[in-house]
Design a binder for this molecule. Structure first.
Ligand code: NIG
Ligand code: MN
Ligand code: MN
Length: 321
């Protein structure tokens, strides 16, 4: 197994949470999670490895409200006290830290870390960060043997499913939190492939005609927020999953109503209800196709009672169960 590509800028910090006792019956996330080492392994179920992507440079470039660089620590703090009912091991590999204008270099570092962890047989979880996190995720996924292919096996068909009020298909001179999926489409085209991209929760008034036209030109599949009944979303996701081998799931927390997820750069006036988003997570987990996931756009500066961080933690917990 290839593990040499792995690296993070900051080693994992200790996790904390309520202590009810030792042993399985009392276990919470903070007691179950261990620092990742190249030898970290699990006999049965694929282990999960958490990596933080401390970046809000993309949000700044996209004229948003900065603060998402502190989100990985906030999500870990919300995960730590949760009761641990998972059948898999989870490891923390630390953070990739973006400072100032080095967004692109940070995305490449995080991408190399994710590729190495995927090639070592892990399910990877990248905690953003603004939605520029998604391009780091893509670099990791597209660079993994599963998608790239190898002498032994052809590359698998990749699907990118985004839960988001926005397309993030902006055509800008510099990469930002508003551009990652157009960057992916261009990278896939350069590799002779098309980007298989779907979005659940698009807010019509928050995406211009240009963005809808770009989505149509690229063949993007999407559901508007007002059309996100539980049944419609389940059918949409099932159809998307049927035509792919492996899935990269990205959750932009502004897909949720502002009352549920106030701690984001661009809170949603409408939003997709949490039970519907949670059901997507269960559907994706049950599919067995989930290769990699990320959670983006949490801004702890605007959160209320850690509401948004707790929702992010709960969705990660659901996806790994
Ligand atoms: N990741 C960012 N997405 C949105 C932000 C919209 C806003 O700030 O209102 C976008 O660029 O479209
Ligand atoms: Mn968004
Ligand atoms: Mn987004």
């Amino acid at each position: 197994m290839e593990t040499s590509a792995f690296s993070a800028d900051v080693r994992p910090a200790p996790w904390t949470g309520r202590f009810d006792g030792d042993g399985d019956a009392h276990r919470r996330w903070w007691q179950a999670i261990a620092p990742h080492t190249p030898a970290s392994a699990d006999g049965a179920t694929r282990p999960a490895v958490v990596v933080g992507f401390c970046s809000d440079e993309g949000v700044r470039r996209n004229k948003g409200r900065t603060g998402a660089a502190a989100a990985p620590a906030a999500i870990r703090a919300a995960l730590g006290p949760l009761a641990y009912h998972l059948d898999r091991s989870v490891f923390d590999a630390g953070d990739v830290v973006v400072d100032g204008g080095s967004l692109e270099a940070g995305q490449e570092r995080a991408g190399r870390a994710v590729s190495g962890l995927l090639d070592a047989g892990n399910l990877t979880v990248l905690l953003g960060g603004g939605h520029e996190t998604a391009f780091a995720s893509y670099l990791g996924v597209a660079g993994s043997a599963a998608v790239r292919g190898s002498e032994a096996a052809p590359g698998k068909r990749l699907g990118v499913l985004n839960l988001d009020a926005h397309f993030d298909l902006r055509d800008e001179p510099v990469p930002s939190s508003g551009t990652p999926f157009l960057q992916m489409a261009r990278a896939e085209a350069a590799a002779g492939r098309g980007l298989n991209y779907a979005v659940v929760g698009i807010s019509e008034p928050n995406n211009t005609r240009t963005l809808f036209d770009t989505a149509d030109r690229l063949g993007v599949k999407y559901l508007l927020d007002e059309d996100c009944s539980a049944g419609a979303v389940e059918e949409f996701v099932a159809g998307f999953l049927a035509d792919i081998d492996v899935l990269y799931l990205t959750i932009d927390l502004d897909v949720l109503p502002a009352s549920v997820a106030p701690g984001v750069s661009a809170p949603a006036a409408y939003g997709v209800p949490l039970p519907v988003i949670s059901a997507v997570c269960r559907q994706v987990a049950a599919s067995g196709k989930l290769l990699h996931l990320d959670v983006a756009e949490l801004n702890p500066d605007f959160d209320i009672d850690s509401r948004t961080a707790k929702v992010a933690a709960r969705l990660v917990n659901t996806l790994l169960a």
